[in-house]
Design a protein around this ligand. Structure first.
Ligand code: FAD
Ligand code: UDP
Length: 384
């Protein structure tokens, strides 16, 4: 006997759950949401570890947006804990303010400066390019080669196993470069974490429409296809998988996360480094462009503001995508875009499936962007 739903939604991440919630509460539609993982939330899933510390399971997720609509939408399901996300970079045996700003510049030159002096010096260092075509050009054309090599080249090689020259300008171009003392990692107007965590927020999204939305975890969607009838599919998984890789495999970058926890007693010895009781490192995130195999160490307790005696750090190791590895990052580059273009053509021609989210559109999107995309797709479907 087949299950009947209006919609079959593949993926219980930001994009899939936004669609399920909108369709249920605004249209009265029923959905079956299927995810192969054991939990909801996709890559934004967070959890309390065995030491009682709230950690982001799949790497740090710093929510930010410039869109009032997206913020208002999510605010129905969560309070917010405002955070000015601040990070450091560790290189040449020292911590550096990052992204590059006036403080970084002063540490680099060893003398006090004004924004005007910094701008004038960068003007001398930079290698002018009218329209940066790749991730090397976008940085070198702003700050010159020495700062590029110090902060960007090694990190990018590790993270993507590609030279910055072989990546779109948008990859390193995400990172702001400032001549003032604003040392926040991000530029968006609204920067905050869901006060009780992402998973709690997702639970509240589902609770608001529990009578119309069924969630099936630990299940690959192809296993349920023969047993479900539906009018439309909302697909948020990898687009090449949907089409049986018929246009060739899309490349992804993967990651490996290594957690380590510390008790207050163990942390006493770290106080000279962290500068704070109860913490292991001096900031929520420290990037390692040139040392070690990992790219960053994240200590989320700095950002969540959790009052907890223990702490947990997570080392993030870039990895090739393959068997048993998650496709965390689409790779923005001309060669991969050419493969994706073939899938996009086929996706656009599918009459009864919507392709949304980071994997189904093969775009390096942030959380607010995929929520925006889901809201727009909901509007489009509603108008039909
Ligand atoms: P996902 O969250 O990937 O959800 C897709 C779901 O589909 C997954 O749960 C998957 O298990 C499921 N699925 C896939 N294939 C199948 C199948 N065959 N059958 C059933 N289910 C399937 N964004 C920010 O805004 N700020 C940040 O600081 C930030 N940091 C990040 C750090 C890392 C390390 C990563 C990887 C991403 C980060 N992001 C960040 C991006 C953010 O994770 C994404 O924008 C967002 O989670 C995408 O949501 P989604 O629903 O499109 O996809
Ligand atoms: N990047 C870098 N050095 C850094 C931080 C970032 O070279 O210290 C580059 C790198 O290529 C990285 C990209 O900028 O992949 C985007 O960085 P972001 O921190 O936004 O990456 P994410 O959090 O999405 O992994």
């Amino acid at each position: 006997m087949a299950w009947n739903f209006d919609y079959l939604i593949i993926g219980a991440g930001f994009s899939g759950l936004t669609m399920a919630e909108r369709l249920a509460t605004q249209k009265g539609a029923t959905s079956l949401v299927v995810d192969k993982r054991a939990h909801i939330g996709g890559n934004a899933y967070d959890r309390y570890d065995d030491h009682g510390v709230l950690i982001h399971n799949y790497g740090p997720h710093y929510f930010r947006t410039n869109s009032p609509r997206i913020r208002e939408y999510l605010s129905q399901f969560t309070e917010w804990h405002p955070v000015d996300y601040r990070i450091l970079s560790w290189t040449d045996g020292a911590y550096w303010p990052f992204p590059i700003n006036l403080n970084t510049f002063e540490q680099f030159t060893g003398k006090k400066s004004t924004p005007e002096e910094m701008a004038a010096t960068l003007e001398k260092w930079r290698e002018p390019v009218t329209s940066p075509a790749n991730s090397e050009e976008v940085i070198v054309s702003q700050v010159g080669r020495e700062l590029y090599k110090k902060f960007f080249e090694g990190y990018t090689l590790k993270q993507w196993r590609r030279h910055p020259r072989d990546l779109d300008a948008s990859v390193c171009g995400r990172i702001p470069i400032r001549t003032n003392r604003d040392d926040r990692y991000l530029t968006e107007e609204f920067q905050a974490l869901p006060a009780a965590g992402y998973t709690r927020m997702f639970e509240r999204m589902i609770a608001s429409c529990a009578d119309r939305v069924k969630i099936l975890l630990n299940t690959g969607y192809r296993d349920v296809l023969p047993h479900v009838s539906f009018k439309r599919m909302i697909y948020t998984g990898p687009v090449d998988e949907y089409f049986d890789f018929s246009e060739g495999r899309l490349p992804y970058r993967s990651l490996r996360f290594e957690e380590e926890s510390f008790t207050p007693q163990q942390l006493v010895a770290r106080e000279p480094v962290s500068g704070k009781k109860g913490f292991w490192q001096p900031a929520m995130q420290v990037n390692y462009p040139n040392d070690h195999d990992y790219t960053r160490i994240v200590e989320m307790k700095h950002a969540t503001g959790q009052l907890c005696e223990n702490t947990t750090i997570v080392r993030e190791y870039p990895d090739d995508f393959g068997l048993g590895r998650e496709p965390y990052y689409p790779i923005p580059a001309p060669d991969t875009s050419a493969v994706y273009a073939r899938y996009k053509e086929r996706a656009d021609a599918e009459p009864d499936t919507s392709f949304i989210g980071r994997l189904a559109t093969y775009k390096y999107y942030n959380m607010d962007q995929v929520v925006g995309m889901a809201l727009a797709e909901f509007d489009r479907i509603s108008r039909k």
